[in-house]
Design a protein around this ligand. Structure first.
Ligand code: FE2
Length: 468
C-alpha cells in the first residue's frame, strides 16, 4: 500500500497488516497489574486492509478490535478485523472496491454478479465496541452492529432479533443506565432526517422507541442520558449522499442556523424540549445530570465540524475544549461555559455515574503544538468539584487513546478505579497504560508492553467479566 496521500494514515495512524495473539510471556509488564480485575479492555478503530480510494478521518477504514484480557492478574492480547461483508468482498477480489463516506463509488456489476456486497456505503464496524446483555458488539453509526465472539471472531450483523429494520443505522454511542441496566441508543436512517431513541433492556431485548422529527438529516454522533432525559445536539451540519456519489464534498456547515439541543423525556411522553444557541459542534459528551431544576451537560466543544471545509487536510487542528452547559427547561435558557483550556477529546466517566451527579471526567489531551496529522500525548482528568485539571504526559510525540474508567471491584468511589488506554510512544513502543483514576498526574501504575504496533483508534470499553 502507498498511503502517502492520506494525512490520517501516517505515523501511528497507519494500519497494521496482521492479526496477532500474545500471551503473558510475550507481553512485558512494567509495574503492578490490579489483581482483582476480571474482564477485557477492548478498543475499536479504523485499519484499512487495502489502499483506499479516498479517506475521511475519522469515518472510514475497516474496523479492527484490539483487546487485552485480564484474569487473576494475568493478561493476554489479541487483535482482529471485524469481518464485515464489505471487507470479505474486497478480500475475495484482492483489491479496494468501495469508496468512502466522503466519496462514494458505484459498486462494479461484476462484484454484484459474484455475490459481493452491493451497498456502496461501507459498514466499517470501526467506531466502538460494547458488551451489553451478554453480547459483544462492534458499532458503526451508519448501519447494523456486528456481533462478535469473546475471542473477537465475527458472528455477523445483529438486528436485535428483528427490532432493527433494513436501513436502520444504530449509533456507536449508546449509554447504559446504571439504575436499570437499559441500553439507551438511537437509530437514524440514510433515507430519513428523523431520529429514533431506542431502548434495549439489560438482557438486550428491545423495549421502547421514541421518534424525534428533524427537518434535515443532521450529523448526530453521540447522545447523553440524565435521570429524566436523553439529550442530543443538532448542529447545523449535514451530509448529502447525492453529493458524495458525484464526488463532491458532501459535508455542509451552516453556522447561521445555530445549534439546537433536544431533551427527549425518557418516559416516552414525547414532550421534547428544544433549546437554541449559537452554532458549535461536538463529537462527544462526557456526562450529564440534573440538579436544581437544570440539566447539566459536560462535553467536548468544537467550533465547527472538523472536516466540513477541507477533507483529509488536517483541519482537525481546530480547538477542542471541555465545556459545561446548563439548560433550564422552564425558561429554555442555555449557558455554555468553557471548563478548561486543555485541548481534549474522547471524554469519559466512571460508567456507574452515567447520567448522575459526579466528580471526575477523563479525556485524552494534548499539551503540544498541533500538527496536521495530530495525536493526543496525555491523559487528563477534570475535577468538576474543584475545577482542577490534571495531566499525565506520555512523551512529546506520544499518541494516547481514549481513557476508559475501570471500577475497583472493592470500591464505589470513582477515584479508586483505574484508567486504561492504549499509548504509542516513539522509542518506547505500544503499551496499555493503567493509571490511578484518582491520581492521573502520578503516571501509570502499570504498563503492558505489546510486541506489535497498536494504531491510533477510536472508542474503547471495559468489558466486565468477559473472559476467553
Ligand atoms: Fe465517537
Amino acid at each position: 500500500m502507498d498511503l502517502s496521500a492520506f494525512p490520517y494514515l501516517q505515523g501511528n495512524y497507519a494500519p497494521v497488516e496482521e492479526e496477532r495473539d500474545f500471551d503473558e510471556r510475550q507481553l512485558r509488564i512494567e509495574g503492578e497489574i490490579p489483581a482483582k480485575l476480571t474482564g477485557a479492555f477492548m478498543r475499536d478503530g479504523a485499519n484499512v486492509a487495502f489502499q483506499p480510494n479516498h479517506y475521511v478521518y475519522p469515518l472510514d477504514g475497516d474496523g479492527m478490535i484490539h483487546a487485552v484480557y485480564f484474569r487473576d492478574g494475568h493478561v493476554e492480547y489479541k487483535n482482529r478485523w471485524v469481518q464485515t461483508s464489505h471487507l470479505k468482498t474486497e478480500r475475495k477480489f484482492g483489491r479496494t472496491i468501495y469508496g468512502s463516506v466522503g466519496k462514494l463509488l458505484e459498486v462494479p456489476q461484476e462484484v454484484i454478479d459474484a455475490g459481493g456486497e452491493p451497498n456502496p456505503i461501507r459498514n466499517t464496524a470501526n467506531t466502538n465496541v460494547i458488551y451489553h446483555g451478554g453480547k459483544l458488539l462492534a458499532l458503526w453509526e451508519g448501519g447494523f452492529p456486528h456481533l462478535l465472539n469473546h475471542d473477537l471472531s465475527t458472528v455477523g450483523l445483529f438486528d436485535y432479533d428483528g427490532a432493527l429494520k433494513p436501513g436502520d443505522a444504530l449509533t456507536a454511542h449508546p449509554k447504559v443506565c446504571p439504575d436499570t441496566g437499559d441500553l439507551i441508543s438511537c437509530t437514524q436512517r440514510w433515507d430519513s432526517p428523523n431520529y429514533w431513541v431506542q431502548v434495549f433492556d439489560a438482557r438486550g431485548r428491545h423495549k421502547q422507541t421514541m421518534e424525534v422529527e428533524f427537518p434535515r438529516k443532521g450529523i448526530i454522533h453521540d447522545l447523553q442520558i440524565t435521570g429524566n432525559y436523553v439529550v442530543i445536539f443538532y448542529a447545523p451540519t449535514y451530509h448529502s449522499v447525492e453529493k458524495a456519489m458525484k464526488g463532491e464534498d458532501p459535508f455542509v456547515w451552516e453556522p447561521e442556523l445555530g445549534t439546537k439541543i433536544i431533551a427527549v423525556p425518557r418516559d416516552g411522553s414525547g414532550n421534547n424540549i428544544v433549546f437554541e444557541t449559537e452554532s458549535f459542534f461536538s463529537w462527544h459528551f462526557c456526562n450529564g445530570f440534573e440538579a436544581g431544576g437544570k440539566i447539566i451537560i459536560d462535553y467536548v466543544w468544537i467550533n465547527s465540524i472538523p472536516f466540513a471545509q477541507a477533507q483529509g487536510t488536517g483541519t482537525e487542528k481546530q480547538p477542542r475544549r471541555m465545556y459545561r452547559m446548563s439548560l433550564d427547561p422552564k425558561t429554555r435558557q442555555v449557558t455554555n461555559e468553557q471548563f478548561s483550556d486543555i485541548f481534549c477529546e474522547f471524554s469519559r466517566v466512571d460508567e456507574r455515574r452515567m447520567g448522575k451527579v459526579y466528580r471526575l471526567g477523563y479525556a485524552t489531551c494534548s499539551n503540544r503544538d498541533w500538527g496536521d496529522a495530530h495525536g493526543y500525548n496525555c491523559t487528563g482528568s477534570f475535577d468538576f468539584n474543584s475545577g482542577e485539571t490534571a495531566l499525565w504526559e506520555y512523551g512529546e510525540a506520544a499518541n494516547a487513546g481514549e481513557p476508559v474508567h475501570v471500577p475497583n471491584p472493592d470500591s464505589e468511589r470513582e477515584e479508586d478505579g483505574w484508567l486504561m488506554c492504549f499509548v504509542h510512544n516513539p522509542g518506547e513502543g505500544p503499551f496499555l497504560s493503567i493509571l490511578s483514576a484518582g491520581d492521573v498526574a502520578a503516571g501509570p501504575v502499570a504498563k503492558i508492553h505489546i510486541p506489535g504496533r497498536v494504531p491510533n483508534g477510536f472508542h474503547a470499553n471495559w468489558m466486565q467479566g468477559l473472559t476467553l
